[in-house]
Design a protein. Structure first.
Length: 332
């Protein structure tokens, strides 16, 4: 029998990365609420150590997918493995190795920060020195040591989010799942929270999977999966997704958009897309086209703008809908 021996740390790390299964591997996941299909044939793979974001409007399927991955609801169709364990048949093993931060706070506001961590640790069988050491380490890591004896209800939204994260990491999970983690936070607090997630990945090797409807939060992920009406319509790094849009995005507001759309097609051989009563055209060197279309049809244009593609433009490009247009209740 021949054995492969790594001769340096780089080779050791490379072999380990090949041998280790993905953090999450899902195949053809589907889920229904009665007659309504919330997820349809969703397949993806998330590498260990990755920060991955599922982006989509309300009703796109994010929360349903989060419930499946966090073991809150059983799989109806398809299959998934998390950290090498079958999500359907090895639920207890999965739960021991993941940390979860829910969209809505799960803290007890009448207890102190330290008390919240202690009670959560007890749920994982943590007691004595191990619980004290881990609580102290998490408080220090997240800048909460000075607030350990403060009642949670007296903390700001950003600090409460840090406590949620400290609680989820208390039992040293390998995979962290977060459902809309920045909901209710101002932009500065959202950036701060994202920085903490990057720190966790860099220093502890934690895999982070989050759902979000904030474009700037998705931009900070290594890769993004875009969900629309229960389907995974795109799956790539943010830069790659934006590169799929054909150049600059020109947006035209007009009193008669359909009529102007036909005139632009006839004059410039460019077929714009009508989205929410605006004309959207993807074209390289958008600033030149802006001048041309204003010269030709200035009297029919209320306003016109152009810019480099964003993830919201990617969503429109893929679905033909504005990001929040099709928002609907997920039946939760």
């Amino acid at each position: 029998m021949t054995a492969t021996i790594a001769t340096n740390p780089a080779e050791t790390e490379a072999i380990a990365s090949v041998a280790a299964p993905p953090a999450i591997e899902a195949k053809s996941l589907g889920f229904h609420y009665g007659d309504r299909e919330a997820l349809s044939d969703v397949s993806f793979s998330i590498a260990r150590g990755e920060i991955f974001g599922f982006l989509g409007p309300n009703g796109g399927g994010k929360t349903t997918l989060f419930k499946l991955l966090s073991t809150l609801v059983p799989i109806q169709s398809g299959a998934a493995k998390m950290l090498g364990h079958d999500l359907a048949g090895e639920t207890i093993r999965v739960r021991r190795r993941i940390g979860v931060v829910f969209q809505h706070p799960s803290l007890d506001g009448k207890l102190t920060v330290a008390e919240n961590l202690a009670h959560h640790g007890h749920l994982y069988g943590m007691t004595g020195k191990r619980l004290r050491d881990r609580s102290a380490a998490m408080l220090k890591r997240l800048g909460l040591t000075a607030r350990a004896r403060d009642l949670v209800e007296t903390l700001s939204g950003g600090l409460q989010r840090r406590v949620e994260l400290a609680k989820a990491l208390l039992h040293e999970p390998e995979l962290l799942l977060l459902d809309e983690p920045s909901t209710g936070l101002d932009p500065a607090a959202r950036r701060e929270f994202s920085n903490y997630l990057a720190h966790l990945r860099e220093h502890d090797g934690v895999t982070v999977v989050l759902t979000t409807h904030y474009m700037e939060e998705a931009e900070r992920c290594d890769r993004v999966g875009i969900l629309h009406q229960g389907k995974l319509v795109a799956f790539a790094p943010p830069g790659n997704l934006k590169a799929e849009v054909g150049g600059d995005v020109v947006v035209i507001h007009a009193r008669a958009p359909e009529l102007l759309q036909r005139k632009i097609l006839q004059r410039f051989r460019l077929k714009g897309q009508i989205v929410d009563a605006t004309i959207r055209i993807e074209r390289p060197r958008g600033q030149e086209f802006v001048h041309e279309v204003v010269d030709a049809f200035g009297d029919e244009i209320d306003s016109i703008s152009f810019g480099k593609p964003t993830l919201e433009d990617v969503f429109v490009h893929l679905t033909g809908h504005q990001f929040f247009t099709d928002a609907r209740n997920e039946g939760e």
